[in-house]
Design a protein around this ligand. Structure first.
Ligand SMILES: [Fe+2]
Ligand SMILES: [Fe+2]
Length: 162
């Protein structure tokens, strides 16, 4: 659905499209290991920076709306799972099959997450927000994304099995 204004949802969706294309390039086995390493570091900073800024600009507000609490909580829990997968992936040698297998898992999980945001969560959130909220949130998102992305780190770590 074409939108006439510039709001948080346009900014988030434009980021998601960049992420989809980064994931596609990284999933292509023909890219050399050193290039993939640089792309993986960029992907890690992008996804961590995006999720943190998204939580600060959007999720913090919709978590407080009773009709959105469950859905928002589910989505924020997925951010943590994606973080764990990125950190796990950083412990694995990028030239191995194990890396490719783990990367495919991350990619599937992330695509599922952003499809769900775009198809379900954003439209529902839009119903409980005003246009002014949505425009203001974009400003917060863009400001925070810059800071969070710059501060995001590659932290190799394997979560203990639960
Ligand atoms: Fe998200
Ligand atoms: Fe997102």
């Amino acid at each position: 659905m074409p939108r006439q204004r510039k709001d948080i949802f346009d900014a988030l969706t434009a980021d998601h499209d960049r992420h989809r294309s980064l994931l596609k390039t990284l999933g292509n086995g023909n890219t050399a290991s050193d290039k993939r390493m640089a792309l993986f570091e960029e992907l890690t900073r992008e996804l961590k920076g995006h999720a943190a800024a998204e939580e600060q600009a959007l999720y913090s507000v919709i978590l407080a709306k009773p009709e959105m609490t469950d859905k928002a909580r589910h989505s924020v829990a997925e951010h943590k799972e994606i973080d764990d997968l990125l950190n796990h992936l950083a412990t694995v040698d990028i030239a191995t099959k194990e890396w490719s297998r783990k990367f495919a898992e991350l990619s599937d999980e992330y695509i599922h997450h952003i499809d769900e945001e775009e198809e379900e969560l954003f439209p529902d959130a839009s119903d409980v927000l005003t246009e002014a909220d949505e425009v203001h949130m974009r400003v917060v998102f863009e400001r925070r994304k810059k800071v969070e992305k710059a501060q995001a780190e590659i932290t190799p770590e394997v979560e203990p099995e639960k």
